[in-house]
Design a protein. Structure first.
Length: 328
């Protein structure tokens, strides 16, 4: 099969498309013929091995343990391993797998769900990691209640584009933060208001548009805790999503630790959320939201395996609204 691989950490220049064996199927696993695979920010970090702390988490110290990249997929089941009862060959599925920028990929059965019937493979392939992250951030860590005011910082990105829609679906009144060029895109997702981070202080803009927020999702990772607290109601909740920001060694670890310490002395609630935990139940929830028309995939563009390097460069430079999807 053809797959995107690399032998070392580095820029997108280290990537190559090669013929490699189809991965072996293990107990509790599913072999999927990949029809579409979304590209998320995690692929950038796994590609370059930064922050360096992540290499200690099992990715390989000097060289990557796995040559492949990619976690999101939508496709058709080709075979199932022993112990798998929920899926069979021929089923259309979407979910989280390993090294999904390839013609075939392995996924644990517990991280797959039936593909939404109303979605194409391209649309479904953009959902699993980004959509699950957004859902868990809004519902579980943010504990959004109907009628609450929500601010999504990084609303034009992969996670942010889903967070705006999910927050609306759960009854929130949503404001999205993005650059000038992406404001119309954020509005198209259903945000009632938008803030332009290039147009001055966000807290000042927010106060001119109704005041502070009950829930703030910081997906961008480039604002201080002091700045974010000015956007939050006295008893509001601030959720730090992902590991963006920080230095090349620890990345966003400091961004996650400081709020935990400060929260002991504040009426405001600070929740830290590093990575999503993909599971069938949450994927099924996302599928229902898609089928009900409450959530859609915002696909910036598609490309083949040979286009993955350029796609990652675009993502690194903030040139993507929503998701880029690979079609192996």
């Amino acid at each position: 099969m053809r797959a995107v691989v690399r032998d070392e950490y580095g820029s997108p220049d280290v990537l190559a498309v090669r013929d490699i064996p189809v991965p072996a199927l293990g107990e509790g696993e599913v072999l999927v013929r990949v029809h579409a695979a979304g590209i998320d920010r995690g692929a950038v970090h796994i590609l370059n091995g930064r922050p360096y702390l992540m290499r200690l988490a099992g990715f390989g110290i000097r060289r990557p343990k796995r040559p492949g990249l990619g976690s999101e997929l939508s496709g058709v089941v080709r075979a199932v391993g022993s112990g798998v009862t929920g899926f069979a060959a021929g089923d259309e599925v979407f979910g989280v797998g390993r090294s999904t920028f390839a013609e075939y990929a392995i996924a644990d059965a517990t991280t797959l769900a039936p593909k939404p019937a109303t979605a194409t493979h391209v649309e479904a392939g953009a959902v699993p990691t980004s959509g699950t992250t957004a859902l868990q951030a809004v519902r579980d860590h943010g504990r959004l209640q109907p009628g609450q005011r929500v601010l999504v910082i990084g609303a034009s990105g992969g996670v942010g584009s889903f967070a705006v829609q999910i927050a609306r679906a759960l009854g929130g009144t949503v404001t999205g933060v993005a650059s000038t060029a992406k404001l119309d895109f954020v509005r198209s997702l259903g945000a009632e208001q938008v803030l332009d981070y290039t147009a001055g202080d966000l807290a000042t803009q927010a106060h001119e548009r109704g005041g502070r927020y009950d829930l703030v999702l910081d997906i961008g990772g480039n604002r201080s805790l002091k700045t974010l607290r000015r956007l939050l109601e006295p008893r509001g909740t601030l959720v730090f999503v992902g590991g963006e920001g920080g230095d090349q060694i620890t990345g966003g670890l400091g961004r996650q630790v400081r709020p935990t310490l400060v929260s002991r002395f504040s009426s405001q609630t600070f929740a830290t959320f590093w990575v999503a935990r993909p599971n069938t139940a949450d994927l099924e929830t996302l599928a229902r939201l898609i089928q009900d028309g409450q959530v859609r995939s915002a696909v910036h563009r598609t490309g083949g395996l040979s286009d993955v390097a350029d796609a990652l460069r675009s993502l690194e430079h903030g040139q993507v609204s929503g998701k880029i999807v690979v079609t192996p």
